[in-house]
Design a protein around this ligand. Structure first.
Ligand SMILES: Cc1cc2nc3c(=O)[nH]c(=O)nc-3n(C[C@H](O)[C@H](O)[C@H](O)COP(=O)(O)OP(=O)(O)OC[C@H]3O[C@@H](n4cnc5c(N)ncnc54)[C@H](O)[C@@H]3O)c2cc1C
Length: 471
């Protein structure tokens, strides 16, 4: 028994103050639970990857990068004069100010919900106990017991084992890189690599991107991959496929990078966006007996419970779908499971079907549902509807950018099972269509929907003829 007369110090101990952890802590406290959240960073870490080194700063930088082409394109609409000069320091400072504001919003939300926040690194001792190494490393680690625990420690970037790897950067480093890299090499072909290549290309770096695979965005629809790769090349990213680096060396001219094809490059910075691994180092999972997958991910069941009944896990540390809204939704399922649903609501469940996602490249990608390959494999006979066109804006802008839209239809049910787009505002457009698909919308319903004219989005409800021979 502790001083409060309870068997445990707290009802729920959350490890990690990122997307999943903060949501679970706040919602559990709102249900009347005593909640403690441990965050390894300082107050500045609240909000986790998404707020500090992920979604939010990345999207702000993507906005910044888009201005370059907007200034260029404005001439076709009658605007004259030199484009303004880009000030990297100003962008970084404004980003820092906004992120600090968000960190304190998170702090206030937690305090307002009655969550006790402890800053320090948590380590599991057993099924109900953690120690917390205090943030400044002084003093004895605190020991906290909890009825339930939630691991929400996220993931971290992984850098390949190449000679000179100490010279390479990860996405965490790019937001504050100094000086601005005039020549940037991006290694990787996933969404983070492509986004950073687009952002720094837009901001004025000479960007080379190397990807070992045959096309970027593995796992996305093949048309999307091909189309995006071609558009990124058109925008000036020197995208090289089936390519990689073998070593990095610092020289007087910059970083000399040896390439797999025998060539070399000299650049100012190398970004390795070559995957992320679950953040489990030093977490004491073995001591508590928590089962892990081959990549270290915490293994969970459909209630996000680990093999240790008092310990749960959500978000990137489980290596499932690594997206902020998914971590938030998983957190809500855990809270309902442990403390009951909100008044008048049924306990939440989470389906990973039709989770929409966007890639904030230039141009951006929005996608929901199956790829063409998946649809063929799982459904057999499908209808493929595809449209490639120049958006109205670019009839005057002088840009050669094109837009791709694609629908996949299950011929047996007429349901739209895949919807993909490469083009401006793809994420904004696809979000709405994801609702329709979640509701089981058929192609007939798409066809009966009146378009909004003139938009790019209307193309999704006006594609009438399947691609010849696609079935
Ligand atoms: C560059 C980049 C761009 C991204 N863009 C998008 C996007 O556009 N859209 C999208 O949906 N997702 C995006 N993501 C993914 C998204 O950020 C993650 O899916 C999300 O943050 C996962 O939330 P989480 O709660 O699992 O972990 P995190 O948000 O990573 O939080 C984990 C927290 O745990 C803390 N922690 C770790 N170990 C300990 C410990 N031992 N003790 C105490 N605290 C600990 C960490 O300090 C951190 O604050 C992006 C990610 C990156 C890297």
């Amino acid at each position: 028994m502790n001083q409060a007369g309870s068997e445990f110090d707290t009802d729920l101990l959350v490890i990690g103050g990122g997307s999943g952890g903060v949501r679970a802590a706040r919602m559990a406290a709102a249900r009347g639970a005593r909640v403690t959240l441990v965050e390894a960073g300082s107050m500045a870490g609240l909000g986790g990857t998404c707020v500090n080194v992920g979604c939010i700063p990345k999207k702000l930088y993507s906005y910044a990068a888009h201005y370059a082409e907007s200034f260029e394109e404005s001439h076709g609409f009658g605007w004259q004069g030199e484009p303004p000069r880009f000030d990297w320091s100003k962008l970084k400072q404004n980003r820092r100010t906004e992120i600090a504001r968000l960190n304190s919003v998170y702090g206030n939300l937690l305090a307002g919900s009655g969550v006790q926040v402890v800053y320090g690194r948590a380590r599991l001792l057993d099924a109900h106990t953690v120690t917390v190494e205090n943030a400044d490393g002084t003093g004895a680690p605190a020991r906290i017991t909890a009825r339930h625990m939630l691991i929400a420690t996220g993931g971290r970037p992984q850098v390949p084992e190449v000679p000179g790897r100490e010279h390479v950067l990860t996405s965490n480093d790019m937001f504050d890189i100094e000086p601005f890299p005039a020549r940037l090499l991006v290694i990787g072909g996933g969404y983070i690599a492509c986004e950073f290549a687009s952002i720094f290309n837009g901001l004025g770096s000479r960007v080379t991107q190397l990807y070992r695979g045959p096309q970027v965005l593995r796992g996305f629809d093949d048309d999307v991959r091909r189309f995006l790769g071609a558009e990124m090349l058109k925008k000036g990213v020197d995208l090289r496929l089936n390519a990689g680096m073998t070593s990095v060396e610092r020289t007087a001219e910059g970083l000399r990078v040896a390439l797999q094809d025998g060539g070399s490059l000299v650049v100012d910075a190398v970004l390795c966006a070559t995957g992320r691994v679950p953040n489990v180092e030093g977490l004491g999972l073995e001591d508590a007996g928590v089962a892990q997958g081959p990549d270290g991910a915490v293994l969970v069941d459909q209630s996000y419970r680990t093999n240790v009944p008092s310990i749960y896990a959500v978000g990137d540390v489980t290596s499932r779908m690594q997206l902020t809204p998914v971590a938030l939704a998983e957190a809500m399922v855990v809270v309902d499971h442990l403390f009951g649903p909100a008044r008048g609501m049924a306990p939440r469940t989470l389906s990973y079907e039709y989770v929409p996602t966007a890639v904030f490249t230039h141009p951006s990608v929005g996608t929901v549902g199956m790829t063409e390959d998946e649809a063929r494999r799982e459904l057999g006979v499908i209808g493929v509807y595809r449209s490639e066109f120049k958006a109205l804006k670019h009839t005057l802008s002088g840009s050669s950018e094109r837009t791709l839209m694609k629908l996949l239809v299950d011929e047996a049910t007429d349901c739209v099972v895949g919807l993909h787009m490469v083009g401006p505002d793809a994420g904004e457009i696809v979000q709405g269509f994801a609702v329709a698909m979640k509701a089981g919308a058929t192609k007939a319903i798409f066809d009966a929907t009146i378009g909004i004219h003139p938009t790019a989005a209307e193309e999704f409800v006006t594609m009438r003829e399947p691609v010849a021979g696609a079935q």
